[in-house]
Design a protein around this ligand. Structure first.
Ligand code: AMP
Length: 424
């Protein structure tokens, strides 16, 4: 096959059935779970003023290198916009703009955009689902948020997911730790990777987030954050751990988990799929960001949330052989050799009853239509020739079994099929 002139841009892909069926299954599960937990959906713009995302942090690569940004067409005063690389900043912008009653519990799903180096499980456009609770410092909100993400992975059938948690403490404890970390990293500067040296200058904490081999030993030996937590932060963290234990969510403490974004305070967490390649094995993560709304011009407001990567979750499901019940395909194929009007009428009638049905076009031969019926995967064919049309009947043929055929009155098709399909 010769290559067509236009291809999807680098790092993006067309997702087709049956993969889209699997995605729908994941999204439906997520939506049901969040609606059962008192969260309302938010649909925000795919692009925002670039300033919204710059608040994520000056030292994160998402902001410095990976933004898809552009100017709009206003000749006098063009606005600098960017495609969203994540949704927490947009949600905090929305909170500052609308000032909803707190706690504000929201969920979302949608594509995000990052100009990353594409590889398996890393795309320039990818799908995330997520949830946020704004307006409470209560550790119970942290527990609720973490347990929702955990339940999602469990509900869809993933068995090997690992949950890592940590606390970065409040500003005071973070500063104390930061000073100590600077002292330590200063002694190991020679051995740090080039990239981590740059990160060290901008935000030492983020060095702990490096996945580069040459940094691993240095990170392993770094001082532990937990010993620098203030009394309040330590108390908050132990409440989170206790809450998770109370509802039976298993977790591991990961003392150096800082995550890729600068805005986190106190609780941070990550979900890992051990079945995936280590470089891309994070299937979700999140944390507290008690200062973000304020930096976006809103009142001081606490917040906690998570984002889960749907593309990677699908890869994890494939790696674990998880069966995703996608319920796609059709039940009935209408074969009409009497001119096509019956195919039109019957599919219309069945679809109104939500019986999944399809038909052929182009007045094809009986043989060609039967072939299409077989290929469609339908369990039944309804066959109408001139004979059936005259007698106001149709032939119902079982396509899966031994090809049993029965004649049924034309006007009972809908009810008949509803009963048969329900029994199956
Ligand atoms: P983050 O917003 O970086 O915390 O990402 C949350 C989740 O989104 C990650 O755990 C991944 O599963 C997913 N994710 C992040 N970046 C990408 C990407 N470039 N391609 C695919 N999935 C991604």
């Amino acid at each position: 096959m010769s290559k067509s002139r236009f291809q999807t841009p680098r790092g993006t892909r067309d997702i087709l059935a049956p993969e889209t069926d699997h995605i729908r299954f994941l999204l439906r599960n997520f939506e049901d779970l969040l609606l059962a937990s008192g969260y309302g959906q938010i649909i925000s713009p795919i692009f925002e003023d670039i300033g919204v995302f710059q608040r994520i942090g000056e030292s994160t690569e998402i902001v410095t290198k990976e933004m898809f940004d552009f100017f709009d067409k206003d000749a006098k005063n063009p606005q600098h916009l960017a495609l969203r690389p994540e949704l927490t900043a947009s949600i905090c912008r929305a909170f500052a703009q609308h000032r909803p009653i707190t706690p504000w519990k929201v969920w979302y799903m949608g594509p995000q955009f990052r100009y990353e180096k594409p590889q398996a499980g890393r795309y320039r456009q990818f799908l995330q689902v997520g949830a946020e609770v704004l307006g409470t410092p209560d550790s119970a909100a942290d527990v609720e948020i973490i347990s929702l993400a955990w339940s999602f992975f469990k509900d869809i059938g993933l068995k090997k997911t690992k949950l890592l948690v940590n606390s970065l403490g409040d500003t005071k404890s973070r500063n104390l730790y930061n000073d100590e970390l600077i002292k330590y990293l200063d002694t190991r500067k020679e051995d740090l990777s080039k990239q981590s040296l740059i990160t060290f200058d901008k935000n030492p904490l983020r060095v702990l987030d490096s996945k580069r081999d040459e940094d691993q030993e240095i990170i392993e030996e770094a001082p532990l954050m937990e010993s620098f937590l203030s009394e309040e932060s330590a108390q908050h963290f132990s409440e989170v751990k206790e809450g998770l234990q109370t509802i039976g969510v298993p977790f591991e403490i990961s003392p150096r988990l800082v995550r890729g974004l600068d805005y986190y305070t106190r609780t941070t967490f990550e979900f890992i799929s051990p079945s995936l390649d280590t470089a891309q094995n994070a299937i979700g993560g999140g944390g507290r960001y008690d200062g973000l709304v304020e930096t976006l011009g809103g009142p001081p407001t606490e917040g906690i949330g998570f984002a889960l990567g749907i593309d990677r979750t699908l890869l994890a499901c494939a790696a674990e052989d998880t069966i995703l019940d996608s319920a796609s395909g059709i039940d009935v194929f209408v074969v009409d050799t009497a001119g096509g009007q019956e195919a039109l009428l019957i599919t219309e009638e069945l679809r109104k009853l939500r019986i999944r049905s399809d038909r052929s076009f182009d007045n094809r031969s009986m043989k060609a239509q039967m072939k299409a019926a077989d290929r469609s995967g339908a369990a039944y064919a309804i066959i109408i020739g001139t004979d059936e049309l005259e007698k106001k009947q149709v032939t119902l043929r079982d396509l899966r079994g031994e090809g049993k055929q029965t004649l049924i009155p034309r006007e009972t098709i809908g009810n008949n099929l509803l009963t048969i399909l329900k029994e199956k």
